[in-house]
Design a protein around this ligand. Sequence first.
Ligand SMILES: *[C@@H]1O[C@H](CO)[C@@H](O)[C@H](O)[C@H]1NC(C)=O
Ligand SMILES: *[C@@H]1O[C@H](CO)[C@@H](O)[C@H](O)[C@H]1NC(C)=O
Ligand SMILES: *[C@@H]1O[C@H](CO)[C@@H](O)[C@H](O)[C@H]1NC(C)=O
Length: 516
Amino acid sequence: MKAKIRKQKQQPCMVVLKLCIIFAILPLNQSLSFNYTQALSKSLLYFESQRSGRLPHHQRVTWRHHSALTDGLEQGVDLVGGYYDAGDNVKFGFPMAFTITMLSWAVIEYGGDIATAGEYDHAVEAIKWGTDYFIKAHTQPNELWVEVGDGDTDHYCWQRPEDMTTSRRAYKVDEQNPGSDVAGETAAAMAAASIVFRKQNPRYSKLLLHHAKQLFEFGDKFRGKYDNSIEIVRGYYPSVSGFMDELLWAALWLYKATDMEVYLKYVLENGHPFGGITWAITEFSWDVKYAGVQVIASMLREEKHKKENRLALEQYRSKAEYYLCACLNKNNDTNVHRTPGGLLYIRQWNNMQYVSTTSFLLTIYSDYLHSTNQTLKCDRAILTPQEIFAFAKSQADYILGSNPMAMSYLVGHGLNFPQRVHHRGASIESYKENKGFIGCTEGFDNWFARPDPNPNVVVGALVGGPDENDQFRDQRSNFQQTEACTYNTAAVVGVLAKLHRLYSHQSHDSPLIVSN
Ligand SMILES: *[C@@H]1O[C@H](CO)[C@@H](O)[C@H](O)[C@H]1NC(C)=O
Ligand SMILES: *[C@@H]1O[C@H](CO)[C@@H](O)[C@H](O)[C@H]1NC(C)=O
Ligand SMILES: *[C@@H]1O[C@H](CO)[C@@H](O)[C@H](O)[C@H]1NC(C)=O
């Protein structure tokens, strides 16, 4: 066993050596290129490994099996389906909804590119697996089930989802127990998905829009943070930024989906009281949506709006560009920290989520500037759309292996990727191979504690990633770095789709050299 481990550890060194040679003979502004088409395919495959419920016949991730088939039963509601959020087996509605919003946004912007990679149906299926669940979970106009299982009891065990013996109690928000943040994010997800399904499945699209409108109204009318109503979620996915960002975000997606003035008016009138045009933040995440709101609002500027609307949108633009300039390290005062290897660095635990969301916003905005013949004016530079996208590409390339560890943080891609992903299902022998029950502590003793690589590869999972010095410890217990989340990967799909469009014609027999 020891020899095996040693052999694996040699691989990265060899790759590092190769990289060093390549870097040594290249001017600095050139970089490696990857097979982005393949990375895109893998990123979409990941969502199948996170599926909860009854799996379809065409399920491609075959180490998974049906699980959690009685979710909601205790409460008399059918909550079978949806996604496990990360390496555990809880269904957290708040980050799940953000995942679906981001996936839908990727398809709205880059659906054509996803289609030329042959991945359109997979992308749409990944979205529908989420929206089908949200439809079930939205049981009354003012009632939404937002969590099944809980972090405390779930984390006490290390079990495959197929074996789960932990609590599957479901939690909801309603008029007495409001949750404007989770209602708003779910409304945003369903509104965004309704745009995806508009042509292909108009009835489904209308249904999603109907739910989205009701959920937005519910969230707006009965205001409150969901973690005040459901205390058990506090240790895992608390709504730290409150609900005002989600209400703006939901209204904006509803405006995009319906073109109805009333939603735009909401975003413009509440820009100030809700912090949309006052907050300048340097992160965009499942919790904090301000930067996303600001970027979308900025891109509405050129449309047919009345003069006073354009003025209000201009205020959103100024905050959006402050955020983007911070990520590009071009503000005078606040910028986002970078690792010596060039990775955006926000915080220690699951830093990659911020890298992928930021890269996506930069990619979207650079396309917008390009299509409107504009540049980004920061304190310290005026940047062209090409320069902005080059930075987004540098982050994607870092993810795929252009980094000091020569490690692909997208699992299953390239030669060297994390082998001990903090993931219950992946780290235990597949249910298909061993249908015997694996108990709560048995999982910890026999599988979690093993030094060996995981028996199943969670292909396409984007793990938490390296620390602020580009260092990464591939250990199952190191959840801050080796756990992957659905919203990490969802945000990188669009970036990979655009990279696929730009680079798929090139050959990858030897690492490719691309000038920016
Ligand atoms: C884009 O802007 C530049 C500089 O403002 C101008 O010279 C050029 O003609 C514009 N191109 C188009 C297509 O509008
Ligand atoms: C940023 O700093 C530069 C150099 O100190 C200065 O010339 C410029 O005016 C500053 N810009 C802003 C917007 O403060
Ligand atoms: C990239 O990977 C895909 C899928 O494996 C493959 O079909 C394609 O030929 C590869 N592209 C290049 C340019 O090598």
